[in-house]
Design a protein around this ligand. Structure first.
Ligand code: HPA
Length: 277
């Protein structure tokens, strides 16, 4: 058996032995949404440490657990803390949790992250609905023997971020009076922030926001046939676009500042997505 699939199934068996809950929507919480769990009617939690073979995040402030519960009656599984490629895990480990949530029953993957804005029309504190992505600068998680049980060898990528879900996010934000930018997300490896010319490169390539996660998870979810949507919290403008050097604290501060709005948007979007499933 493919070792990545073997590991995934081992984790799945470990989860199944502890949790009896079928989520409809899988939510990955980025920086700033870390305490979103407080808004969920929690049925159960499962620490990543307690899942045999599960990759565990080392980033400070990232809690590592699954939350199972309801967001206004909608059954969700929520990752409080994700793993990043820059932590040193193989890409198959980085996407293992995403695959696991699909096996648990989730049909939709709702991705969130903090990202740097590379579009000059963006400002720190904006939200951006992800309409497409560039993942060519990180290893593709589908490299290696294809896991036929999960999906096809050469998956189509023409609509990674589902059009119906994009319509839902757009109308949800509009109903709430929240400004929602739209654009393409580019994933680089990190952990260093980009140089000014790398930010320029991202813009030339057509990206609007840059980050260190998300696209790889979307790739794995697309392979498995999940419906995907995503929102970036633009926590800062890319290096070189303003005079101040970038630091993780700035990312966290902006994310914290807009967290209440971000949570309101995510909660309403989950309710509305559920209606169109
Ligand atoms: N670059 C990459 N990742 C990020 C940034 C950034 O500027 N801000 C938040 N995550």
């Amino acid at each position: 058996m493919n070792p990545a699939y073997e590991k995934l199934m081992k984790c799945y068996e470990s989860v199944k032995a502890r949790i009896d809950f079928k989520p409809e929507i899988a939510l990955i919480l980025g920086s700033g949404l870390g305490d979103y769990g407080d808004d969920i009617q929690i049925e159960a939690t499962l620490d990543y440490h307690d899942i045999e073979g599960f990759p565990v995040s080392t980033v400070k402030g990232h809690k590592g657990r699954f939350i199972f519960g309801y967001v206004n009656e909608v059954p969700v599984v929520c990752m409080q803390g994700r793993v990043h490629y820059y932590e040193g895990y193989p890409m198959t480990d980085v996407v293992l949790p995403t695959r696991l949530m699909k096996l648990m029953g989730a049909k939709v993957l709702f991705l969130t992250n903090a990202a740097g804005g590379v579009n000059f029309d963006f400002a720190a504190g904006d939200f951006m609905m992800i309409t497409d992505q560039i993942a060519s600068f990180v290893p593709n998680p589908l490299i290696g023997e294809n896991i036929e049980e999960l999906g096809t060898r050469f998956p189509d990528m023409s609509e990674i971020y589902d059009k119906d879900l994009r319509d839902v996010l757009r109308s949800t934000a509009s109903d709430l009076g929240i400004k929602l930018q739209e654009g393409t997300y580019i994933q680089l490896t990190g952990p260093s922030f980009e140089s000014p010319h790398e930010v320029k490169m991202c813009r030339v390539l057509g990206a609007d926001a840059v980050g260190m996660s998300t696209a790889n998870e979307a790739l794995a979810a697309n392979h498995m046939g999940m419906k995907i949507c995503g929102i970036s919290c633009i926590s800062n403008l890319g290096c070189g676009m303003s005079d101040v050097p970038l630091c993780h604290e700035e990312v966290q501060e902006t994310a914290d500042r807009v967290a209440v709005q971000f949570k309101a948007l995510v909660t309403a979007a989950i309710e509305n997505i559920h209606k169109v499933l």
